[in-house]
Unconditional design. Structure first.
Length: 166
């Protein structure tokens, strides 16, 4: 194996290890939510973790990653954010694990109309901020995802499908 390939392999392994360590650290930050670390954690997720997830989802045609398309509250530009969500009879429930100040949540508060791609199917939705008790009720009496209680999620968003009259 050439020296170049060995260095490339080592670089890829170092990058993967760094991302794994950062993700583990991110899990601890989300669990305990120390105020000074929440803004850098939101930045890291949005600028470092989300782009490869979006690339992987779009380029490799993966239908398993739920996506939320929303409008910027200031720019009006359409953004796409990969989010964890649970499908319920009421709609899709998304935890705001990074707190109430996360950009996608602020955008949905300003412009509730959005589009969700869930399991490869696109749904026009409208957003409503709900609390944990409401989310558990909509999810059938149990948290739809362990992160709802592990990360002390106080704000969740119900993305309710819009039914259009024919």
């Amino acid at each position: 194996m050439s020296l170049f390939l060995k260095r490339m392999r080592l670089g890829v392994l170092a990058l993967a290890g760094s991302l794994a360590a950062a993700s583990a650290g991110l899990g601890l930050i989300l669990r305990y939510q120390p105020a000074p670390l929440m803004k850098p954690a939101r930045w890291f997720a949005a600028r470092v973790l989300n782009p490869p997830v979006l690339w992987y989802t779009k380029r490799l045609n993966r239908k398993t990653q739920p996506l939320v398309y929303h409008r910027g509250r200031k720019s009006g530009k359409e953004y796409v954010t990969p989010l964890c969500m649970v499908s319920t009879p009421e709609g899709f429930i998304v935890p705001a694990a990074f707190g109430p100040d996360v950009d996608w949540l602020a955008n949905l508060r300003a412009t509730p109309e959005s589009r969700v791609v869930y399991e490869g199917v696109s749904h026009e939705t409208t957003a409503e901020v709900i609390d944990l008790d409401q989310a558990i009720d909509y999810a059938g009496g149990e948290p739809g995802c362990p992160c709802w209680t592990q990360f002390n999620v106080a704000n969740l968003v119900l993305l309710r499908p819009i039914t259009r009259a024919a």
